[in-house]
Design a protein around this ligand. Structure first.
Ligand code: C2E
Ligand code: MG
Ligand code: MG
Ligand code: MG
Length: 274
């Protein structure tokens, strides 16, 4: 197992990572039962409008409260779910649970949106569009309240991704391209798909201090120009310092997300304005 997380510096024991090696099969079995045993939960990280810092909504992020290993982060169990096919029932649960929670908030805060991460594997499910429609209907939510976060590999590898994404857009849901800049997609792909937003991966924030002549700053400015030229909103994730937030606002970012403004928390702890 990995004694150190790259870049982390401090050595910390990671029971989840340790469990993945010798007990991979048993962790997979545990994951199989996690849904029925109610061990999965969603945490919500706030999203704010740049400039006004008004609350726009939240990204729903999945957590697994393992009875013996404690809280397992998605980086450990989502790949396992993807390889085993469990991502389909888990993805359906996430979508429904995020809609259920948003519907509660929606009563007093109808402007709030929820971001839901979709695995590329979910696009191989012919019932994806139908299950999104059903989740919206079940919770009486307008499609515009839900932002589906997809990755570049959906655009690149899923047959007929364009058709599926159009059908999702027809439901009114928004489509955000997550982890932008970490994949291999050609930029010319971007305008072929009915995307509404692009999320700059937090790795792009590394080294951003707000010095406009710095290289990471220039890269971000270029991405902003590209996205806005294609009529895409830009969300910047991983904002950890006030300098970074001010820089993103200065160069025209639309939506801010990061530990500086709020960490992912259980729904009961999520801050809502009065
Ligand atoms: P993502 O969709 O890019 O989500 C953003 C990740 O960055 C989250 O990690 C969030 O906690 C983290 N983050 C946000 N702001 C900061 C910051 O300022 N500093 C730092 N260091 N981190 C920040 P998390 O919750 O561990 O999720 C990791 C990834 O797991 C997600 O990346 C997403 O790809 C995947 N994931 C999470 N929930 C789901 C889910 O329900 N379904 C699917 N398919 N994937 C999920
Ligand atoms: Mg995401
Ligand atoms: Mg992201
Ligand atoms: Mg990311």
């Amino acid at each position: 197992y990995r004694a150190k997380r790259t870049g982390g510096g401090v050595a910390e024991f990671d029971p989840a990572a340790a469990a993945l090696q010798p007990g991979r099969v048993s962790l997979e079995t545990d994951l199989y039962h996690a849904l029925e045993r109610n061990e999965l939960e969603l945490h919500y990280q706030p999203l704010f409008r740049a400039g006004t810092r008004e609350l726009l909504g939240a990204e729903a992020l999945c957590r697994w409260r393992h009875p013996r290993l404690g809280m397992i982060p998605p980086a450990e169990f989502i790949p396992l779910a993807e390889n085993s096919g469990l991502i389909l029932p888990i993805g359906a649960w996430v979508l429904n649970e995020a809609c259920r929670q948003l519907a509660q908030w929606h009563v007093q805060h109808p402007q709030l949106q929820v971001g839901v991460n979709l695995s590329p594997r979910q696009f191989w499910n012919p019932h994806l569009v139908q299950s999104v429609r059903e989740a919206l209907e079940r919770h009486a939510l307008p499609g515009s309240c839900v932002v589906l976060e997809i990755t570049e590999s959906v655009l690149m590898n899923v047959p007929d991704a364009e058709v599926t994404l159009r059908r999702l857009r027809d439901l009114g849901v928004r489509l955000s391209l997550d982890d932008f800049g970490t994949g291999y997609s050609s930029l010319s792909y971007l305008n072929r798909f009915p995307l509404t937003a692009l999320k700059i991966d937090r790795s792009f924030l590394n080294g951003v201090t707000g010095d406009l002549s710095g290289t990471p700053e220039k890269v971000i400015q270029a991405v902003m120009l590209l996205a806005h030229a294609l009529d895409l909103q830009v969300t910047t994730e991983g904002i950890e310092t006030s300098e970074q937030a001010a820089f993103i606002e200065e160069v025209g970012g639309d939506i801010l997300q990061g530990y500086l403004l709020g960490r992912p928390v259980p729904a009961e702890q999520f801050w809502l304005p009065d």
